[in-house]
Design a binder for this molecule. Structure first.
Ligand SMILES: Nc1ncnc2c1ncn2[C@@H]1O[C@H](COP(=O)(O)OP(=O)(O)O)[C@@H](O)[C@H]1O
Ligand SMILES: [Mg+2]
Length: 425
């Protein structure tokens, strides 16, 4: 059996991340069988080399390999492209034509963007997969074929199934083995390696000296989100190679080629599949936030007690200056205290920004006076009761609209949500 390294060399695949090696290894293992394989991963991650490897390492290698981009063929002609048609099957069908499944008999068909297949085509495909039978369009004669299918998709198939855009039975039939290629940002060690390879390729192609990144530029490269993955990286390397006179690329120059939106590799607010290690680091951040919050709460309790004892806001403020600053921050930082992290609607937040710990503002500065006034009225309610009452009142005032209540209370919607749960409101 050929080694992963040899395969990479043979198919021009650059990179040495564990996930990439694992994907190639899986392809090598399933190649000699006729098992259907579904290659998954974002656009530009290199899905197309997997079916080629599988075909080349299989007993089918001397027969045809046909790659079909299901998303690029119009819905009206796709059945005819795949299964052929009978003369007179539709206007313009002047001759009987063989489809890919007939032509590729004994070989492999790669169905790229398989999630785009129309439902009627999915029915035909399921039949071929189950018993090797198909009908030409406009014909009632059952034909036999022996084709191995490798499919690829960059869409969430479970979602497509839920929305009834993709047949569940076909999905399971196609994905007997699933080979996933993770996005480039999760293959950190491969990013610079790929860039150097592309830079040297383009230098050769355009007969110019190879571009080179400064250390800072390498950092920018590593931190970028690479939404278009390797295709985008290659594109940037080409642009730089062609356009930059100075062959040493600084961070600033590189940045000017990168799209501004979603530029960095910060944890996204998008639902993504996560590895166990990602969860554990998130858990750590959450613990830290909880501990910080607990400490803040203790400080607040202490302050409340002082206020209740002395009753005089000014004195208490003076004597507890550091404590107040610790809880509320400097007045100069008022803005950061009131800063609320935007949350995209309808997305599940799985990640917390690195600076989240600095953001778990509970009560903004202006409210501390408000708060003190209440105490001056010699109300004997505990801090918890007080808070509960405030939240209740505010929610009532705003007819349960959390967003408005949170704004009035000067807390984030998330904090309010947490409190509603905590107090079982
Ligand atoms: N590991 C890799 N090493 C070198 N080039 C790669 C690698 N992965 C992808 N590419 C290149 O990136 C581009 C996009 O790859 P492709 O297989 O078309 O992505 P996908 O089908 O997942 O959208 C192609 O030009 C491909 O040659
Ligand atoms: Mg592709």
């Amino acid at each position: 059996m050929e080694s992963v390294q040899a395969i990479k060399q043979r198919f021009g695949i650059i990179g040495n991340s564990t996930s990439l090696n694992r994907a190639i290894e899986k392809a090598i293992q399933v190649a000699p069988t006729d098992i259907s394989v579904l290659v998954t991963g974002e656009s530009g991650v290199g899905k197309e080399s997997i079916p080629k490897i599988i075909h080349q390492l299989s007993h089918r290698k001397h027969n045809k390999y046909i790659a079909v981009n299901c998303g690029a063929i119009p819905e009206g002609t796709i059945d005819s492209e795949l299964f052929g048609h009978e003369k007179g099957a539709f206007t313009g069908a002047t001759q009987t034509r063989a489809g890919y499944f007939e032509v590729a008999d004994g070989g492999t068909i790669f169905l790229d963007e398989v999630g785009e297949l129309p439902l009627t085509t999915q029915v035909r495909l399921l039949r071929v997969l189950e018993n090797g039978e198909f009908l030409k369009v406009g014909s009632s004669k059952v034909q036999k074929t022996d084709v191995r299918i490798v499919a690829a998709t960059n869409v969430n198939m479970h979602e497509a199934i839920e929305k009834e855009k993709f047949r569940e039975d076909l999905y399971y039939r196609l994905s007997t083995v699933d080979i996933n290629l993770p996005p480039l940002r999760e293959r950190q060690e491969d990013i610079h390696l790929l860039f150097r390879k592309f830079a040297s390729d383009f230098a050769l192609k355009y007969k110019m000296p190879t571009i080179k990144l400064t250390d800072n530029a390498v950092q920018v490269l590593l931190k970028h989100r690479w939404g278009g993955n390797i295709r985008q990286l290659r594109n940037i390397a080409e642009q730089l190679s062609v356009l930059e006179q100075n062959r040493t690329i600084t961070a600033e120059v590189l940045r000017s080629y990168l799209p501004v939106t979603a530029g960095t590799n910060l944890p996204a607010v998008i639902k993504t599949s996560k590895s166990e290690s990602d969860f554990s680091s998130e858990r750590e951040i959450l613990y830290k936030i909880l501990f910080d919050m607990k400490a803040d709460l203790n400080d607040l309790k202490k302050l409340t007690l002082e206020l209740m004892k002395h009753g005089n806001t000014k004195d208490v403020e003076k004597n507890n200056e550091t404590l107040i600053q610790k809880i509320y921050g400097d007045d100069e930082n008022e803005e950061t205290l009131n800063y609320e992290e935007p949350i995209a609607p309808n997305t599940e937040v799985l990640s917390i920004p690195e600076h989240a710990a600095e953001q778990e503002e509970i009560i903004p500065v202006q409210d501390k006076y408000h708060f003190a006034e209440e105490i001056e009225e010699e109300e004997t309610l505990s801090l918890h009761d007080k808070e509960l009452e405030l939240i209740k009142k505010s929610l009532e005032r705003h007819h349960g609209k959390r967003k408005l209540a949170a704004a009035e209370l000067g807390i984030s919607e998330r904090t309010l949500y947490r409190k509603i749960k905590q107090y079982d409101l």
